[in-house]
Write a protein that binds this ligand. Sequence first.
Ligand SMILES: [Zn+2]
Length: 252
Amino acid sequence: MRLTLLLLALLLPALAQDPLATTEPVAASVPPPVRVFLDAGHGAPGNSGNEDAACRDEQDVMLSLSDHVVAGLQGTGRFQVLPSRQGAERPEYDARIAAAAAFGADVFVSLHSDARGSGVAVPVDGRSCVQNPAEPGFAVLWSDEGPLAEERHDLARRVAAAMIAQGFLPYDGVDYGGLYAVDPAAPGVFVDRHRPERRIRLLRRPAMPSILIETHHAWHPDEAAAWQQAATRDRLVAALAVALGPDAAAAE
Ligand SMILES: [Zn+2]
């Protein structure tokens, strides 16, 4: 209690002098927060995703990452973020798409990890987990179907460029075969080339520009470990804050 009073005593004079604490209207040049719908991949009924190099479920890794990114982006004061799921929630994908529309999201970002190539079983803490210490890196996926194609492509390029600027390695796509085509002008950016009936709903159905970020190779032991670290997750927050920010599209 004494500490609280001391803090108040220290803060009150500062508040009184803070020009922002007056009733002046907010300057017109401050852009409204960008509304981000952040999807923690998987976590739908019967859909837990891959198991990573330490046998962690993708749905759990992405939920933990999503919690971190939501807090980080909101902490900048420039974003309003609605996560697709929290805690034990298990929404279907169609419900996520509807929730993003109801939220009035400006962008839809789905967080995932990839399981690439052929792994080998390795004992980890008494369990047998698949690992493949090759094919590292992130991939940003987008769909060129329909009228949002150009906006999705711009969004994908901005996110990939910002992730590279934060030191993340872009995946070369060697294991994607014909399923995703690499963007010759933008490392780490891939367009969906599945047969139409197999294409990813989240890439083409949301009413706002959407992308899917394969943040890393889940079977790569070093990458899987790095994405458990707050420092790695903070770098993703920094990249998204640049790529999704209110000035990002105008700055191109
Ligand atoms: Zn996934």
